[in-house]
Design a binder for this molecule. Structure first.
Ligand code: SF4
Length: 377
């Protein structure tokens, strides 16, 4: 089916949408790129106007509400070469593709799909040279867009060049192809051979899948996961918490169970970023925290190894607890050393959708790294 998948990039190609819907959503699809395919569309229940798969892929009129930023995590500030971000010492991030096999409506990198974007790696040798010179970089994340949308030869060229760098231990590939078009994996022997060749016993390739709703994990998607595992990849799953998709504890619990059963260990759940056009998809932080906790209570330990985080410009901030008055955050990964492990408490603000929506902290502890007891003070 890989070559038979029919891509859909215009609303008038969708019979199931009424003329009125096409007229209403036309301006949205003009503003933010629309792309899907008939496999993924077959997962939609068109009798349900609130269908979660539909919500992931079909434009929504509220995307035209402004607010937010095109670069909510300020990635531009950490871009050291075109397409290369170096925010945390040991990790480099390469934007290798400026398309995906479908476009999630809530994408925080929708800016790279705009025609004017110039954020993809162009000069791979300059990027490889930078990583060679920075021996502190032990893991490299290939992302985009979707790296699996590159020709396999091109992806292999990048992975091979990274594997030649002694200090690069882990290569991560973030991809929603196992969700949007798992046939592409099942039928691409050269991709699986690439994994087999470069995922080494002590230097693995990780594939970070993006299952957001349990219905996305079809039999064919599970088969794609299995084939990548057999080829030697480690599979983990990450997704944002999205209004109307997985903002129900039972649905989220089912997703966590299903991905863990399939061997795609839940890694991160992200607070949806305040990206332009994302207003309708955002669940406020405190409500999202409750949903995550209620889902966690329903699943086994293996399904709740993930962290619920905000990818803020200052670092990955984990949302760790809530009382009647306060909400607690801890830096899971900090861009500045002084924020490392920092623990913060803020007065509750049920409208807050992002870290910046909270006022001054009422408690603020730094980790004393000099002591062996790791005390906050
Ligand atoms: S798969 Fe990821 S990068 Fe691609 S549109 Fe969805 S969220 Fe954005």
């Amino acid at each position: 089916m890989a070559n038979k998948v029919r891509y859909i990039t215009r609303l008038d190609q969708i019979d199931k949408l009424s003329d009125q819907e096409k007229r209403t959503l036309g301006p949205v699809a003009e503003k933010f790129v629309f792309k899907t395919n008939d496999y993924y569309m077959s997962l939609i229940d068109w009798d349900d106007p609130e269908d979660p798969i539909r919500r992931i892929i079909i434009p929504h009129r509220r995307e035209l509400e402004m607010g937010g930023s095109f670069d909510p995590s300020n990635e531009q500030a950490f871009t050291v070469l075109p397409g290369l971000e170096h925010k945390y010492g040991s990790t480099a991030l390469m934007i290798v593709s400026d398309t995906c096999d479908g476009i999630c409506r809530y994408c925080f990198r929708k800016r790279v799909f705009q025609g004017s974007s110039d954020e993809r790696v162009k000069d791979i040798s300059a990027v490889i040279e930078y990583i060679k010179e920075h021996t502190e970089i032990t893991n490299v994340l290939l992302t985009g867009g979707d790296p699996l949308c590159l020709a396999t030869d091109r992806l292999t060229e990048i992975v091979s060049a990274l594997r030649d760098i002694e200090h690069v231990e882990i290569i991560r590939i973030g991809s929603k192809v196992p969700v949007f078009n798992p046939y592409m994996i099942i039928e691409d022997e050269s991709f699986l051979e690439m994994i087999e060749k470069y995922s080494l016993p002590q230097k693995k390739i990780y594939i970070m899948t993006h299952f957001s709703h349990p219905r996305e994990l079809t039999d064919v998607a599970a088969k794609a996961i299995t084939m990548m595992q057999k080829a030697g990849a480690i599979i983990t799953n990450q997704c944002p918490l999205i209004r109307g998709v997985n903002d129900n504890p039972d649905v989220l619990a089912e997703l966590l169970r299903k991905v863990s059963f399939a061997g795609a260990a839940p890694y991160y759940i992200f607070q949806c970023r305040p990206t332009i056009g994302n207003e309708a998809y955002i669940v406020p932080v405190e409500e999202a925290f409750d949903i995550v906790q209620l889902a966690k209570q329903q699943v086994s330990g293996l399904a709740k190894r993930f962290k619920f985080v905000m990818s803020h410009s200052t670092g990955k901030i984990e949302i760790i607890g809530k009382t009647d008055e306060l909400i607690y955050f801890r830096y899971h990964r900090a861009q500045e050393e002084e924020n490392s492990c920092r623990l913060l408490a803020f007065r509750l603000n049920p409208d807050a959708a992002w870290f910046d929506d909270y006022d001054e902290p009422v408690e603020d502890y730094s980790m004393d790294m000099s002591s062996h007891s790791c005390q906050w003070s």
